[in-house]
Ligand binder design. Structure first.
Ligand code: S3P
Length: 170
């Protein structure tokens, strides 16, 4: 397979449950690139998982770590980078990705997202909340900004990940 953007990282953005990690791993394998997940990198740097980062350090500290980690991931060899759902909302992060990488938005409808995240622990924004309502609010706030991505691919409930990878590469 021919790498469509040699030397440039590909950054996946989209809401929780859009499939950034699953699709990102497959895309990276297909293009023979390393895969990294910004959430995991932040956890490794902080030495704690995301729920405890939120509860001990607060969301603002998480967002700051997220911005720094993504800045670092953008340097060095071209990768596929899955980001947390809020990463793209930071203007510095958007600018850095815009200059150094290609952004791909995995666009999904509410029911698809809800079906994938409901009753799964580890996401502090949904913890103890009405997940449907939170996702709806996040869609309203973020989708207009996600639309600035270079590429948009639909992520539907039954979507075949390999087909999504084909579409991203195309
Ligand atoms: C968040 C999404 C999460 C994680 C954190 C905050 C968000 O990542 O970064 O819980 O603000 O949408 P995923 O999108 O990988 O679930």
């Amino acid at each position: 397979i021919v790498d469509p953007v040699p030397g440039r990282s590909i950054v996946l953005i989209g809401l929780m449950g859009a499939g950034k990690t699953s699709v990102g791993k497959r895309l990276a394998a297909r293009l023979d690139r390393p895969f990294v997940d910004s959430d995991h990198e932040i956890e490794a740097a902080a030495g704690q998982d995301i729920p405890s980062i939120f509860s001990t350090l607060g969301e603002e500290a998480f967002r700051d770590g997220e911005r720094r980690v993504i800045g670092r991931l953008l340097t060095g060899p071209a990768k596929v980078i899955a980001t947390g759902g809020g990463a793209w909302m930071n203007a510095d992060t958007r600018a850095a990705i815009g200059e150094q990488a290609i952004s791909v938005w995995l666009d999904a409808k509410l029911n698809t997202l809800y079906g994938r995240v409901a009753d799964k622990p580890g996401r502090p924004l949904l913890d103890g909340q009405d997940a449907r309502k939170v996702l709806e609010d996040l869609m309203a706030a973020r989708y207009p900004v996600y639309q600035q991505a270079d590429v948009r691919v639909l992520s539907t409930a039954g979507a075949n990940h390999e087909k999504m990878v084909d579409r991203i590469i195309a």
